[in-house]
Design a protein around this ligand. Structure first.
Ligand code: GDP
Length: 360
């Protein structure tokens, strides 16, 4: 894949939707469908009927950076909105190598085996920052990708984490309208990506592996505070004992944090994504959380707060974009920056001057 392809919002990364596992008949259908110019109304209709090709296409539309796609994308999102919201949204984070894709493969397969429809999305700002993606550049979730009840989509790319996150937030709506009742959002600890994912999910899961007794080192405190569950993966073979020790240590640490707004006491459990031990227990914890927070009203109030947050975030992002794309700002920005560096004007005066140009 060329570098240009990699950074295009319209490209699909290798290893996620693999052509060889798509039957030739489906491939022909996809090709024919992609060639047609499909209206927003048609896309909405197909998505609601559970058509994944339409879903993929609509997500590509919302990921597009081409302004001519914006209106159609918004139309599709609005059309899907009344059919969204009926799902459980689960965020999963953990450092590279902890076993996220292996876990999601095992966990997702468990969910589809009990009849759930699972969509896996990713927020990977590294696909923007370094033009190399941490989550999408390897063959991942080979079984789940073939599963009729699963839909896997790599991270969007964009100029900022805010942009990537907003596109993922919109993709959630489309996936839900398409009938996916369990949405998994995967991320790695790059920048503020965990915070962004936390603000779009109902349940946030931190995946860990046991170390040499220093389990709590190197974890950003904020991430521990966000976690509704810490799952210690790779609890198999010689690791079982160490994983149990880590479980005790994490449990102790989590009890020291202030009580969450949800009133939920975060749980710590162990699992192996290879032997599948403990995988069903992870889902049971999530079900218990949903039951508790639905009863208390937190589940809904949290979603309402998240919707408001995303509206404000979108305003912030779009204001920022229109500021930097304003012809006067493009013309003046560098020279004002220079004047600030040379102490000819203060940073505040420079900002005031540019903002006035923007408001004109
Ligand atoms: P990611 O970077 O977090 O997505 O991690 P991967 O899912 O790619 O896994 C990294 C490595 O850990 C791979 O070699 C996996 O086979 C291995 N791995 C993942 N889960 C387990 C597990 O439960 N037990 C063991 N023993 N290895 C695992």
């Amino acid at each position: 894949m060329s570098k240009n392809n990699k950074i295009s919002a319209l490209s699909e990364k290798d290893g996620i939707i693999k052509p060889e596992i798509v039957s030739s008949q489906v491939a022909k259908h996809i090709q024919a469908f992609r060639k047609q110019e499909v209206s927003a109304a048609e896309l909405i209709e197909k998505i609601i009927l559970g058509d994944r090709v339409a879903l993929s296409r609509a997500i590509t539309l919302i990921e597009s950076t081409n302004p001519i796609h914006f209106e159609k994308a918004n139309e599709v999102i609005n059309g899907c909105l009344p059919y969204a919201n009926q799902s459980v949204r689960i965020g999963i984070t953990g450092v590279p190598g902890v076993g996220k894709s292996t876990f999601i493969e095992a966990f997702g397969t468990h969910l589809t085996s009990i009849g759930k429809k699972v969509a896996v999305l990713a927020v990977d700002p590294s696909s923007t920052l370094s033009h190399g993606s941490i989550l999408g550049d390897k063959t991942r979730m080979e079984e789940l990708v073939k599963d009729e009840l699963a839909f896997i989509r790599p991270s969007a790319s964009g100029e900022s984490l805010g942009g990537v996150a907003r596109k993922t937030r919109e993709a959630i709506i489309l996936c839900e309208a398409c009938g996916f009742d369990t949405i998994i959002i995967e991320t790695v600890g790059v920048g503020q990506s965990e915070t962004a994912v936390h603000s779009m999910v109902d349940f946030f899961l931190l995946l860990k592996i046991s170390g040499a007794g220093d389990e709590l080192q190197g974890i950003k405190r904020g991430i521990m505070e966000m976690a509704d569950a810490v799952v210690i993966n790779k609890a198999d073979g010689d690791n079982i004992q160490k994983a149990k020790m880590a479980q005790i240590e994490f449990n102790r640490a989590l009890h020291l944090f202030p009580i969450k707004d949800s009133d939920w006491q975060p749980k710590v459990t162990t699992c192996s994504s290879h032997t599948l031990d403990g995988i069903t227990e992870v889902y049971e914890i999530i079900l218990e959380y949903i039951s508790q927070t639905t009863q208390s009203g937190y589940f809904n109030s949290n979603r309402e707060a998240q919707n408001q947050y995303w509206m404000m975030e979108t305003i912030n992002e779009q204001l920022k974009n229109s500021f930097y794309q304003h012809p006067e700002i493009i013309k003046e920005l560098e020279s004002v920056k220079k004047q600030v560096v040379q102490h000819k004007i203060s940073p505040f005066l420079g900002a005031k001057h540019l903002l006035e140009l923007f408001k004109k």
